[in-house]
Ligand binder design. Structure first.
Ligand code: SAH
Length: 415
């Protein structure tokens, strides 16, 4: 059995149950890619069993803190069964469900989404890659399904020194264009061409909430920024919104969004689609004197880690500032960040700063997170990646201003 010994003091996070061991924490020892290694303190006390990853900065990911535990097929099968059983207890109104959410389910680097009768898996760590021949049949046995598609083409694989891998992992194959029922609507997605495993299941409950707001506040003009395949667009239309403008810089995503509007029987005349950059479009809409009574901002991950937080903060602040300007008084902004490197407090501060810069105040109506099938755990704070705020723009309140700063703000908006 191979062993790695940590530098003195580097055992602390493991003793708190955190599952990652950074390369800088390792004093000596090693193993092959994905091999299960014994992790010990510098003075040889057992800490954990972990999957070794020779090329990654996250040098090992913990499978178990129990010295008596063997990391083998029954161990992995039990974890997979537990995850799928747990999901059955969550109140999920969809046949699109995240069944396995990596570290939170004790399976670091494994993501499995179910779309109706098809499973889509991402093997994102050396450990899950090595155990793929065990994990695949275990997933089929735990779900009773026959179709499993692999989407291990995330950039994270490169960091693990693993090549991209995509395609069917089962004899049974199907169409890669699928659809799921979510709340009261149907959404088409493509597991081969779509982002991640094909769809953003984490926003499921927030889409429903947006639909409820649309119905309650009778949205007239909605702006859905970073719309992807139109999940929030369909949700708004289902809630009775009169007109929805959707912006995304991915042409195929915009096409799918149009299909999804039609799939639900809504009139495409109630929609405008823009295949464009959001930042530039927001500036353009301001310049055209447009305004909206509801806006969604759901950008991609600007800060994958805390090291990117500064630059990302500026980018988040900018789009939120522009959105505040476009929002009617009494209008509602659903604003999100899915960056692991931006914690909820910082996100709150960024949005507050954006409001200040735009000279608007807003009620914080609600704080949002990922749907329950993307669970967080106490020991893994990195799991809290998606955070959102629902804000309602307050009437203008006069404030002391410095003329020069004002001039800069309006000049940059025109840029
Ligand atoms: N709200 C969506 C998910 C959004 S994911 C849903 O509920 O399904 C983020 C989206 O931002 C992706 O579709 C990506 O194509 C888009 N995107 C990334 N950078 C962009 C940019 N600069 N301008 C417009 N869209 C962008």
């Amino acid at each position: 059995m191979k062993t790695i010994w940590l530098k003195p003091g580097k055992e602390r996070s493991l003793l708190r149950g955190h599952p990652w061991i950074y390369d800088s924490a390792v004093q000596r020892g090693g193993g092959d890619a994905g091999e299960t290694v014994r992790v010990c303190t510098s003075d040889d006390k057992f800490l954990a069993w972990a999957a070794y990853s020779p090329q990654s900065k996250i040098r090992a990911r913990v499978w178990s803190f129990d010295e008596a535990q063997r990391v083998d097929a029954p161990f992995l099968e039990a974890l997979i069964h537990l995850s799928t059983r747990t999901r059955a207890q969550f109140p999920i109104k969809s046949d699109g469900i995240r069944l396995i959410h990596g570290e939170a389910d004790g399976l670091p680097g494994l993501i499995v989404d179910r779309y109706a009768d098809t499973l889509v898996a991402q093997f994102l760590s050396a450990g899950t890659e090595r155990f793929k021949p065990i994990i695949v049949p275990a997933l089929l046995a735990a779900t009773g399904l026959q179709k499993l598609y692999e989407r291990s083409d995330s950039g994270v694989r490169q960091l693990e020194g693993l090549p991209p891998a995509t395609g069917w992992l089962t004899e049974a194959v199907g169409d890669t264009a699928l659809s799921i029922q979510e709340h009261g609507w149907r959404l088409g997605l493509n597991i081969q061409e779509g982002h991640k495993t094909g769809f953003y299941l984490d926003q499921r409950d927030n889409r429903q909430k947006f639909s409820e707001y649309a119905a309650r506040l009778q949205f007239k003009r909605v702006l859905n920024c970073y719309s992807y395949t139109g999940g929030f667009t369909v949700a708004a239309l289902a809630g009775g919104a009169e007109h929805v403008t959707s912006i995304d810089s991915s042409g195929p995503a915009i096409e799918k969004a149009k299909e999804n509007v039609a799939l639900n029987g809504f009139d495409l005349g109630r929609c405008t689609f823009m295949d464009a950059d959001v930042n530039g479009s927001l500036r353009q809409l301001i310049a055209e004197g447009k305004s909206f009574d509801a806006i969604v901002l759901d950008p991609p991950k600007f800060a994958p880690t805390a090291a990117h937080a500064d630059r990302a903060s500026r980018a988040y602040k900018d789009i939120n500032r522009l959105a505040f300007k476009l929002l009617d008084v009494g209008g509602v902004l659903f604003t999100f960040s899915c960056s692991g490197g931006i914690d909820p407090d910082l996100f709150h501060k960024i949005v507050a700063g954006a409001g200040n810069d735009a000279h608007v105040d807003a009620f914080i109506c609600e704080r949002l997170g990922a749907a329950p099938d993307h669970p967080m755990t106490v020991n893994f704070p990195e799991g809290e990646y998606l955070k959102g705020l629902v804000l309602m723009k307050k009437p203008h309140a006069p404030r002391t201003r410095i003329a020069k700063e004002d001039a800069q703000v309006s000049a940059s908006d025109k840029a």
